[in-house]
Ligand binder design. Sequence first.
Ligand code: CUA
Length: 343
Amino acid sequence: MDTSGDPGTRSRWQRWRRRLVPVVLGGVLASAGCSGTAPSILDPAGAGASRIAGLWWVLFWISMAVFVEVMLLLAWALVFRRRPGVRVRHGQPLRFVAITGAGIPLVILVTVYSLGLRDLAALGDGPAPGGPVIEVTGHKWWWEVRVAGVAGATANELHIPVGEKVRIRLRSADVLHSFWVPQLMSKTDLIPGEDRETWLHADRAGSYRGQCAEYCGTQHAHMTFLVVAEPRSDFDAWVTRLGSPAPQPRTDAQRRGQEAFVQGTCAGCHAIRGTGANGRVGPDLSDVGSRWSIGAGAVPNDGGHLGGWIANSQTVKPGNYMPPQPVDADRLPDLVAYLQSLT
Ligand code: CUA
């Protein structure tokens, strides 16, 4: 029965269209928001992520083919329904069901399973022994970074040499976290009491953003980090810096800031190499002036935000473990000057 001219059908279609247009427009706008600075698994920059992106595209095109097939079959069925004279021959439906309902899915599942196994094996193929090992510990809500065999530590930023697979050893200091650099490698969960391992490989120099990918409490979203892939000589210089004392203060303000830091409450939780500050509760601050952010991605690293963070970090990243600091108003700029000089 042709109902396209029926006023009831027409107004129903118009109602649907009114609902459909905002949904489609919203979807287009939302997907446009996915581009930009957020790291994407579809923009791989290393051997691990390229495997994952490759598998993603295979799955995408298979899904598209299945979608088109289903739509064509639906259209075909609708056309048949409108032709009362057409009869399906005996045996035809069974053959049809066997091919579309069992044969095609079997081929798809076997293909996807085989490709999945192949890529899983490739992702498990870590670096050869003997290279640098980077030790990352997840804390609520920041990342402690060390290099095996080197005394110092840093936070929320790790370096790797370009073109080399680097072993990453993962531990958790408290709860479940997950180490994820979308452009470089798949996620690896950090499980309390267990040593985990993954590896990173970047085929081009650059900074790649990582994120905790397992909900771990109030500030899970602000548990980001940066992987800097650089030439081998720059990486070696970074490792050397990690093992060396922090820069000495050069101005009077920086000297006063260092004194306030070492003699005040700061040193109870934070360490600065080469000074009397040896706290291990919070991040090592020996290179805090060169870091990309404060609070593991909470705010940019500049004088204003640093001062605000020291005075009361709870207003910046509520729930973090640093209590508000009773710092004299005239000491705060000195502390900021000193910490900013640590690069
Ligand atoms: Cu750590 Cu989420």
